[in-house]
Design a protein around this ligand. Structure first.
Ligand SMILES: *Cc1c(COP(=O)(O)O)cnc(C)c1O
Length: 352
């Protein structure tokens, strides 16, 4: 070893407080989020385990594979799961959610805010408004929404919002966060089945309920990932969250314009509900698009969506005109078409 290993420097309380504050700013909430020592899927499973209980009916909206998984975890916890499932080339409508609330009378509702796998974005604000009218506990998987669209936790009365940094925020994937409202904490604490002394326990990680500042850094926080997340969120603050969101919107518009110029269509049906992080491309008959491995940010469909769509993953640092242009050139190459007009369409839609 040419360099001497200087050892591991624990996270300071100042760093921990900084991260907590950065997350509150990001999520527009005055409540400290729980920092999850792992990839976002751990936070999602922890929420399901914490809220599920026999006697609780939970309305789970399924618009992609993560929603199905969440429903399975709710069932494992003994909850009665009422499901609203739509075809994965659509998002849910507020009418469908309203009808299911009337039919099942749930105590809580869960959904994925935006789906990178399907390229759809659900009408989140309207769902939260409806949920509030029915006094439901609200749960959102916003891993693929945060940084790509608005997420106003306090204003929208979101009780549980799970986020990760590895998508739009261009941050590390080894740490994530769950924002929990005071009502959300009560919903956990009143559940006998909520895990304790477990990696799935949110209650074990609860900040002081009276809002007292933490006296020490929770020992479970991965230090290197925490520092990387602090840097990623500082970069988001430097650019400005609204600008980060706008950059993702532009990437999505540019990608859609580019694929249309190639004679392709988005896989999602409703043009006002496209994800800003990925554009999914309908394959339908275009056998030349059947790739097995990702080519740059162009990737085959996941799981059951393989062969139905291609994904253009224009998020994080790839929410850029250059990345979208390269992706469109890749598609043109697969189709053996001249990329020129599509690249021009990308530039025009990007609007610089
Ligand atoms: C990416 C993502 C996650 C996190 O899981 P990965 O292991 O990164 O795939 C969770 N939920 C949604 C909706 C996501 O898009």
């Amino acid at each position: 070893m040419s360099q001497q290993y200087k050892g591991y420097v624990p996270l300071t309380l100042a760093e921990f407080n900084q991260l907590t504050e950065q997350l509150s700013v990001l999520l527009a909430t005055e409540h400290p989020a729980v920092i999850i020592p792992g990839e976002a899927i751990l936070g999602i499973e922890a929420v399901a385990a914490g809220i599920a209980a026999p006697g609780r009916t939970i309305l789970n909206v399924v618009t992609g594979p993560y929603g199905s998984l969440f429903g399975q975890w709710l069932e494992r916890g003994g909850a009665a799961v009422a499901e609203v499932k739509v075809s994965f080339d659509e998002v849910v409508t507020i009418e469908k959610v309203a009808a299911a609330i009337e039919q099942f009378q749930p105590v809580a509702i869960s959904f994925v805010q935006a789906e990178v796998v399907t390229g759809g974005s659900n009408p989140a604000e309207a769902i939260f408004r409806l949920a509030r009218q029915h006094n439901l506990i609200t749960v959102t998987d916003s891993v693929s929404a945060v940084g790509g669209e608005a997420l106003l936790v306090d204003e929208w009365a979101v009780d549980f919002a799970v986020i990760g940094a590895q998508k739009a925020l261009a941050g590390p994937n080894g740490i994530s966060a769950v924002s929990i409202s005071p009502r959300g904490w009560q919903f956990l604490a009143s559940n006998e089945r909520a895990p304790r002394n477990s990696i799935l326990s949110l209650l074990d990680l609860q900040p002081a309920p009276d809002g007292a500042p933490p006296l020490r850094v929770p020992p479970n926080i991965p230090v290197l990932e925490a520092r990387a997340l602090i840097q990623a969120l500082a970069q988001v603050e430097d650019e400005g969250l609204p600008q980060v969101i706008t950059r993702h919107e532009r990437a999505a518009s540019a990608a859609v314009a580019g694929i249309r110029a190639l004679g392709l269509e988005p896989w999602q049906k409703n043009s006002s509900h496209y994800s800003t992080l990925t554009t999914t491309v309908r394959i339908q008959g275009a056998d030349k698009l059947l790739i097995k491995q990702p080519i740059g940010i162009v990737a085959p469909g996941d799981g059951e969506l393989y062969g139905q769509l291609l994904r253009i993953n224009h998020f994080g640092q790839n929410a850029s005109r250059e990345s979208v242009e390269t992706a469109v050139q890749t598609l043109a190459g697969l189709l053996a078409q001249d990329a020129g007009p599509a690249v021009l369409a990308v530039r025009t839609a990007w609007g610089e």
